[in-house]
Design a protein around this ligand. Structure first.
Ligand code: COA
Length: 326
């Protein structure tokens, strides 16, 4: 049995933060941010909103587009780098918020690669026949774990959520997947405190260790390398030439990362889906939001072959090659 995407959804908060807004908070400029990252705007959730709230909104849209009711969902897999709490799982909170009372629910932690890991996992449950309809959600309120005193990171991230429903399909579907990890690079991008290695204390708060820390230059090089490698490898694994891939949807971290990898792949840049100018890096939500928008605006059509490819903290990376069903 082949799993395929039968509906998608996306939801971003209304509040827009421009580069000019950030100029007033840290020592930066619109010119530096736009030239070095390609980002112009990002969204910011209100103080009372958490990741499961955005995830639930995206999930409701995906359910509507798939013509399913919440009760039809057998399993929810949520990916988030900014979960509501360490436990319970954000997937359980989403389950409650949308009323998916028949669904099992758990989270996947693979940072910005979370959506790719979650889709890969969901596809296995469908192909074994264990579950019929699975909701996969990538949801983030990164603004609450971003240090707005650190210009190296605060210009990069934004809030949002994307969701897809996977079911058995008789046309198209997920052709193959690649996942990878290298834990030796775990310190390149991390949220140091609040877990069991450094529990929350007055010191961890004083040292701002509950915010994202990143070694930007090293992450940049890693990202370009795995974006190229992973895209090439998944096409080879599926025995498909990159010429026959209609769209690549990469993780939306930095336009220079995407351009460098795409140049090495000798792939036409007009067939790469980019929305980071509007939203910045929404971690696990970046790829599903870009996918949803590409389908809604008529770019992606039935029969198109697309590669979703991501990378992130862990370090982690991965890709899904999909023949579009809808
Ligand atoms: N505004 C102005 N100047 C800034 C700045 C900002 N927001 N952020 C950093 N700078 C400065 C640095 O302090 C440095 O100054 P210095 O030379 O006086 O020390 C200078 O700009 C260049 O910094 P550098 O780190 O070399 O810039 P860069 O071209 O590598 O771009 C990133 C920095 C963070 C944009 C880039 O490394 C990047 O995108 N890395 C990957 C990040 C990422 O994708 N993370 C998520 C992965 S899922």
């Amino acid at each position: 049995m082949r799993a395929g995407i039968i509906g998608s959804g996306a939801y971003v908060p209304k509040k827009i933060i421009s580069n000019f807004d950030l100029e007033k908070i840290v020592d930066t400029s619109n010119q530096w941010i736009s030239e070095r990252t390609g980002i112009l705007y990002r969204r910011k959730a209100d103080d009372n909103i958490c990741s499961s709230d955005l995830g639930a909104e995206a999930a409701k849209i995906a359910l509507k587009n798939a013509n399913l009711n919440p009760e039809d969902i057998d399993l929810i897999i949520a990916a988030s780098s900014s979960p509501d709490r360490i436990f319970p799982a954000t997937a359980c909170l989403i389950q409650n918020k949308i009323g998916a009372k028949n669904a099992a629910a758990f989270d996947i932690q693979a940072a910005c690669t979370g959506f790719i890991y979650a889709v890969t996992t969901a596809a296995q449950y469908i192909s074994t026949g264990l579950y019929k309809n699975i909701l996969v959600v990538g949801c983030e309120v990164l603004s609450k774990i971003t240090d707005f005193k650190d210009r190296n990171t605060c210009v990069l991230f934004g809030d949002g959520a994307g969701a897809v429903i996977l079911s058995e399909v008789d046309y198209g579907g997920i052709i193959t997947n690649i996942l990878g990890a290298d834990g030796s690079g775990s310190e390149l991008l991390e949220l140091p405190a609040g877990g069991t290695s450094e529990p929350a204390s007055f010191d961890t708060v004083k040292e701002r260790k509950h915010y994202i820390k990143m070694r930007g230059c090293e992450v940049f090089k890693f990202a370009v390398r795995v974006l190229e490698d992973c895209t090439r490898k998944i096409a080879e694994k599926a025995n498909v030439s990159l010429k026959d891939i209609d769209y690549i949807i990469p993780h939306q971290a930095n336009i220079r990362i995407i351009e460098a990898a795409i140049k090495r792949l000798e792939y036409p840049c007009e067939r790469v889906v980019v929305n980071l100018n509007k939203y910045g890096n929404m971690s696990s939500a970046s790829i599903p939001v870009a996918l949803h928008e590409a389908y809604q605006t008529g770019k992606i059509k039935r029969g198109h072959k697309i590669i979703l490819v991501g990378f992130g903290a862990g370090l982690t990376w991965g890709a899904n090659l999909i023949e579009w069903t809808l």
